[in-house]
Design a protein around this ligand. Structure first.
Ligand code: PLP
Length: 371
């Protein structure tokens, strides 16, 4: 990925879609090829369903703005208590603009989606749109998105799946899943920052209004008005982050070298081991459904009695462990669990069991210091 990014910046650095000269034509070809790679990676029906954006957050905002005209006052958007702030706040802003109501599906004490509550809210509220994460970044909960899509479509709701974590840790086949939108960020799948993807079913993208205007998203411009380019360019105003998009294609090549099953097994094993080792330390409480449940992967979130997560993260840093502490941009989730913040280990393809020993050392040191 890094080599590709460097190569594009050094050797193919000309704006795409300006193609009268070779540099631009090559950059455009590479950009188009990246779109095709990403389309194949998620089994989209066509590369025209892949919109390049800055990341999952921008993708969700694009869906919220682009579909604004389809919502009427009083319509309901159903989210879940497992969502990242970026799958809550854009809908709150939309709700304010259009007079909509938001509702949230509850979670259990161990952080699983309460499917009985989801069924009840789907049938009583008849939401227009359901937004659900595939894999919660706060707790590592895997949600039953197939079931959510089926149940939601049965009441006429469209479904946006937040795949920011799911894309690299679980994978997706958007056609088999049948979701209306699927969003993800490059930097959470071994790609660069500043690039991400909105996948939309063709009919969903066709009914969306442009969100930003400018170059590249038009078919013509006159002083009286403008016409829109076809999808997906309609939603890609201005100079795109083409080096990052092409490098995201290289990240897809990298991830595609592994079997999905191997990747999932690797992260499941690490989670099992880490939960066991860290969980038996004095004062440690693990959060989430637990590795053995099959409903959690890759993330091990915990609290240490008497030690603030931020203090712990500072101590862990001295053990050369860079660990995330705080609310993980999921304040409603943590509030429901009754904890203000947690410490979170998260694993990837490069993680190994020996990464966990320094975490245990840091826990002991922190307990000695604070508890
Ligand atoms: C589940 C989930 N959704 C959305 C986001 C937002 O992603 P980004 O900040 O790359 O737009 C994140 C980032 O942590 C996430 O983990």
């Amino acid at each position: 990925m890094l080599d590709t990014l460097r190569d594009v910046l050094i050797n193919h650095n000309a704006n795409v879609h300006r193609g009268a000269y070779r540099l631009s034509a090559v950059a455009t070809d590479l950009y188009d090829e990246a779109r095709r790679k990403i389309s194949r990676f998620i089994n989209a029906p066509s590369e025209r369903t892949i919109v390049f954006v800055r990341g999952a957050t921008e993708a969700i905002n694009l869906v919220a703005y682009g579909n604004e005209h389809l919502f009427q006052q009083g319509d309901v958007i159903l989210l879940t208590l497992l969502e990242h702030h970026s799958n809550i706040v854009p809908w709150q802003l939309l709700a304010k603009r259009r007079g909509l109501k938001l509702a949230f599906v509850d979670i259990s004490a161990d952080g699983r989606l309460d499917m009985a509550d989801m069924r009840e809210k789907l049938s009583s509220l008849k939401p227009k749109l359901v937004g659900v994460t595939q894999l919660a970044n706060s707790l590592g909960t895997i949600t039953p998105i197939e079931e959510v899509v089926t149940l939601s479509h049965a009441v006429g709701a469209k479904v946006l799946v937040d795949g920011a974590q799911g894309i690299s840790h679980l994978g997706v086949d958007v056609q088999a899943l049948g979701c209306d939108f699927y969003v993800f960020s490059g930097h959470k799948m071994y790609g660069p920052t500043g690039i991400g993807v909105l996948y939309g079913r063709p009919e969903r993208l066709a009914e969306m209004q442009p969100f930003q205007g400018g170059g590249d998203m038009i078919s013509y411009v006159s002083v009286e008005g403008s016409g829109w380019a076809d999808v997906p360019q309609r939603f890609e105003a201005g100079t795109p982050a083409f080096p990052e998009a092409i490098a995201l294609g290289a990240a897809v090549d990298f991830l595609s070298r592994f079997s999905r099953q191997d990747l999932r097994e690797h992260e499941r094993e690490l989670l099992t081991y880490a939960s066991e080792v860290v969980g038996k330390e004095q004062g440690v409480t693990l959060h989430g459904p637990g590795a053995a449940s099959g409903a959690q992967t890759t993330v091990c979130s915990f609290s240490i009695e008497g030690v603030h997560p931020h203090d712990f993260a500072t101590i862990a840093d001295t053990h050369n462990v860079q660990i995330r502490a705080g609310n993980h941009c999921a304040m409603p989730t943590l509030r429901k669990l009754g904890v203000p913040a947690t410490v979170r280990m998260s694993f990837g393809v490069y993680s190994v069991p020996s990464d966990i020993a320094p975490v245990v050392e840091a826990i002991r040191e922190a307990r000695k210091m604070f508890a």
